[in-house]
Design a protein around this ligand. Sequence first.
Ligand code: PDD
Length: 279
Amino acid sequence: MIVYLNGEFLPLEEARIPVLDRGFIFGDGVYEVIPVYDGHLFRLEAHLQRLENSLNSIKLTNPFTQQQLTDILENLVTKNNAGDQSLYLQITRGVSKREHNFPAGIEPTVFIMSNPIETQKPSTGVKAITHNDIRWQYCNIKAISLLPNVLLRNDAIDAGASENILIRDGYVMEGAASNVFIVVDEVAITPPKSQFILPGITRDLILEAMREANLPCREANIPQTQLHYAQEIWVTSSTREILPVTTLDEKIVGTGEPGPIWLKVWKIYQNYKQKLREN
Ligand code: PDD
């Protein structure tokens, strides 16, 4: 696998960063995950815009223009055989003596790698659990400091589940690494954007595609109690696409099978990917 690190393309095994990188010491950085289908980057503009928003929020200037980043990303995709893959891009504040204040005059560290992406088959449904949202109040920043998310996801795995759905003050926020949709009375509902959720690119695409297809959907707060009578629950992300949750906290969701609205939206999503491949 060829990766990009600070101006160079090189094999992963040869990529090195100093231990005093603030990403390593403080988790002081942000990231993006961008799917690639047949060499085509999925919703690149939206990913680059979200990266810019994350960088602004942590007061870090992007060392590249959007065009420069696009060229690097496309170059890396080609070097990794241009097929299906998922790009992980991370920018940290750079290397300096360990002190909390932002150091002056250092260069950000930019690292990009490509990982295989699994072809998603129509899911037979997954289990999820719920948990109090123990994270901080800037969840809209795609920060690399993910310890709470890692612990929460691991709790789900320990419970034999695929995702942990997070509840803050009695309301559904998102998954440990995904956004959440529920279906009530045939309407798909997802929480509105706020500082408490990551504005998912997959989430936005689903809303856009559903509106285009005249399928009822809205952004609204979801009380935790509503989760328990939802006909369908989905978790969405760039790598997992749209996963139907058929068991929540050991109770069956809806009929216990992936729901009809999920199936419609899943098909629309697959068509969207197919069009991107043919571009
Ligand atoms: N995570 N919410 C959180 C907390 C996430 O970590 C993610 C994705 C999402 C979905 O965003 P998107 O649709 O843009 O992928 C929502 C990525 C995939 C990760 O950390 O690996």
